[in-house]
Design a protein around this ligand. Structure first.
Ligand code: 5RP
Length: 243
């Protein structure tokens, strides 16, 4: 669900013309620009939370290249594998206890910096790690910026015990449907996506979803958790959004 095929971004191309490939920036180039920029927030001595996904991947690679004197914790098994393969020191959340900064991706960002996360199914660990952090920095490409959360779907990690009961409770909150993914989370639980037409009040919905027994965690991250969002433009530029 994450890290899909690279697509050309920022390439002016009239019908029937030849693409101006010299000026082209691929979506992955744009993500790399944002990911590398975010790595600049990490300095020696920090305890660092490493997110999951194709954008923060570039942050982790940049840290692996620079090798600052840091200790990290990872939000997924794949991030743990990547970071350790690059020589970064990665320990469990319990061992590290508290984090100076976490850098992670997102699937949607609204004007209040509320987030949808969990496209990669890692949102439970991501939320734990974000909540351990003094600073929570998000890296996205500009396609993730939305007026209101909702179109992506709202990821849910759900216990296998009663997914139908959970889905009925989620639909009572306004979801038109709840789908179940084929893959499981790193924690062995079901991954579902709730489809809300548009989410007017993400903070209230987040609280309501948290109150449904059987939902281990949902993918709405209130903007109050977020310090800044680093946005990769399709033209290769990088900008920042804060409260
Ligand atoms: C994984 C996530 C990711 O951060 C989110 O899906 C963004 O990924 P990408 O940078 O590949 O678009 O929440 O659970």
């Amino acid at each position: 669900m994450t890290g899909g095929a690279q697509r050309r971004a920022g390439v002016p191309q009239a019908k029937g013309s030849t693409p101006m490939v010299r000026d082209a920036v691929t979506m992955d180039d744009a993500k790399k620009a944002a990911g590398v920029h975010a790595a600049g927030y990490v300095v020696d001595g920090m305890r660092v939370g490493l997110g999951t996904g194709s954008t923060v991947h570039h942050t982790i690679v940049a840290l692996g290249d620079r090798r600052p004197d840091i200790t990290c914790t990872a939000t997924s098994l794949r991030t743990h594998e990547l970071a350790t393969s690059l020589g970064l020191v990665v320990v469990s959340p319990d061992e590290i206890g508290h984090l100076d900064i976490t850098i992670d991706g997102a699937d949607e960002v609204d004007g209040e910096l509320n987030l949808t996360k969990g496209g990669g199914g890692a949102h439970t660990r991501e939320k734990i790690v974000a909540a351990m952090s003094d600073r929570f920095v998000i890296v996205v490409d500009e396609s993730k910026i939305v007026d209101r959360l909702g179109p992506f779907g709202t990821p849910l990690e759900v216990l296998e015990f009663a997914p139908g009961v959970v889905a009925t409770a989620v639909q009572a909150l306004g979801a038109t449907s709840v789908s179940v993914r084929d893959e499981r989370s790193d924690n062995g639980n079901l991954l579902c996506d709730a489809h809300f037409p548009a989410i007017d009040d993400p903070v209230s919905l987040a609280a309501a979803l948290s109150g449904i027994p059987g939902i281990v965690e949902h993918g709405i991250f209130p903007g109050a958790m977020v310090e800044r969002v680093i946005v990769a433009g399709a033209d290769g530029t990088v900008s920042e959004r804060t409260h």
